[in-house]
Design a protein around this ligand. Sequence first.
Ligand code: ADP
Ligand code: MG
Length: 343
Amino acid sequence: MSRRLIIAGIVGALLIVALVRALLAPAPRGVQTDTRLLMGTLVTISAWGVEKGRAQPAMNAAFAEMARIEARMSRFVDTSEVAGLNAAERGTWQPLSEELERVVTLGMEIDGLSGGAFDIGLGPLSDLWGFSREPPPETPPEAARIEAWRAGRATLTGPGIEIDAHRLRLANTSVALDLGGIAKGYAVDRAMEILEREGVAHALINAGGDMRIVGDKGGKPWHIGLRDPRQAEGVVAVMDLKGSIAISTSGDYERFFLHDGVRHHHILDPATGQSARSGLISVSIQAPSSFLADSLSTALFVLGETKGLALLEKFPDCAALLIRADGSRIQTPGFIAAPPTTP
Ligand code: ADP
Ligand code: MG
């Protein structure tokens, strides 16, 4: 046999091997996406580079994890651990699961560092405003009711929440747990952990204002637009991100109503009992976890520019993009974002 024939034979054999491999390879590996209504918002998971038979079960497991956390931590689910604690007689010690203890402990840490601006015990005030009700409110609560709540809080020295030996105690009826500013971030972290455990190395989870990414999109970054707080279709910045990072945004435009020309929204300032009016209308945080990004974005929103940036300095691996009421911005050095490109 001539050398040519031998080479042709080898090439032919290699081609057949390549063809068989291609046929046996799992189906398309682009982006696969699924969406569920969870924790009061639409949650979208995108997985990249995993065959379909593997991505869907992984996404299902991640959604199930978020549903499990909601069932434990929502104050609106009567059977939840949080609802149980809120219903307990004040001043009595109640058992606390390890998982809820983690969330409450971080919440109380941010509470302390923010001088009470971030307050996971403001459930009764949230109930007065009722931003989570359907249909949403159109008028503020009576001033006297807010004052009564503030009077109840004024009798306390700290947040009115104590933890000791896996038990929790609420001081008086002006305190009830509201984990709305932190639990979604925690749930996104757990959901991402499930995806990675199920073999998804490239994914994006978007749960309303809380997002987390891992890996990339076929070598390209995940492309995330940051909403213009005053124009629903507008984008104020784009973030091209790779690797493991969380991004959360708190804004006064998500749940709000206008009454007598005043904007009332769902992020409350415990000092006044009113919607936070710190001069900021949007706060985005990039952080190593959604847990931190979520709680810090709410905390900085309430604290405003000066005190907020001082709080952020305690978290060297977190960065912020703040938008003031006049549209001007403050971007801390570590925050990855670029101006939107006009098409
Ligand atoms: P979203 O829930 O829209 O993503 P945030 O993460 O900023 O927005 O959280 C807002 C939620 O946090 C409110 O709906 C309420 O449950 C709770 N909350 C409101 N004000 C505060 C506050 N000062 N401290 C802690 N939690 C708050
Ligand atoms: Mg938040």
